[in-house]
Design a protein around this ligand. Sequence first.
Ligand SMILES: [Zn+2]
Length: 304
Amino acid sequence: MHPSATNHDVSPDGAVSRSRRWVSGALAAAVLAGVAPCGATIAQAQTPAPAVKLYILDLGSLKSGNPQPLLDRGVTVTGMSVVAYLIVHPRGTLLWDSGTIPDELVKPEGTTVARATVRKTLAGQLAEIGYKPADITYLALSHYHYDHSANANAFAGSTWLVQRPERAAMFPDTPPANPIDPDVTAKFSALKTAKTKLLDGDHDVFGDGSVVILATPGHTPGHQSLFVRLAKFGPLVLSGDLYHYPSERTLKDFLPFGGRGNDAQEAASKAKVETLLKDKGAALWIQHDIVADAKLKKAPAFYD
Ligand SMILES: [Zn+2]
């Protein structure tokens, strides 16, 4: 079944209208082009892009645990970058992902835990650009895996934006067949009582189409990606773990982490995002693409 068949654009506090406005983006473009609208939001289409800033926070790298199958498919650099992003919008801030080693374990000379090495703390990089965790309006994780959720507890004072099935996987009512490693659950445990906005699909975070969470289930039950429209840079999508290596986009049968989530659902999510990238003329930033990430500027520099 196509995932959208089970995902309703409804959320507890009226996100339905925002979601529909997002969906009507093509219609808004038609309005700009002078095509007669049928209830499209003309004001939105004519409003200049808001001053959105995007900071990339360097949270280290991961070595591949099993490089041979990657090398066999032509991946020459098998390590992965780990990053988080701070989106600053006139109406608030959104932290996207939170790293692989909790800040309290990161030493100034760098810390290695298993396959992960981290040299800078998340809080330190936020402080450098003038933010403390209490300043962050929204926290959204692409998904709950350990390399994205390590510092989640520090942001339990923010409003957590999470897909309904992801939260259900993170905090199951009954013990699941494949429980999440308790070391991982401990790092996001505080989110259980955080102010939470449960999402059932795409969600326009600030209500103007500039920052939109995209439901991209498959890798995990409520995996999500993020669309951001920047005035100078243009539109882009942060992948989450929809892809890990750029070659996954061309080698459709290359699923280095397949079989752990729902591969059919993931394929549908990839098709959805590829269509959106084309429609919007958006760039795709694959968060774990260590080669591409090395070329991007990191905080305190930013994209706008
Ligand atoms: Zn990951």
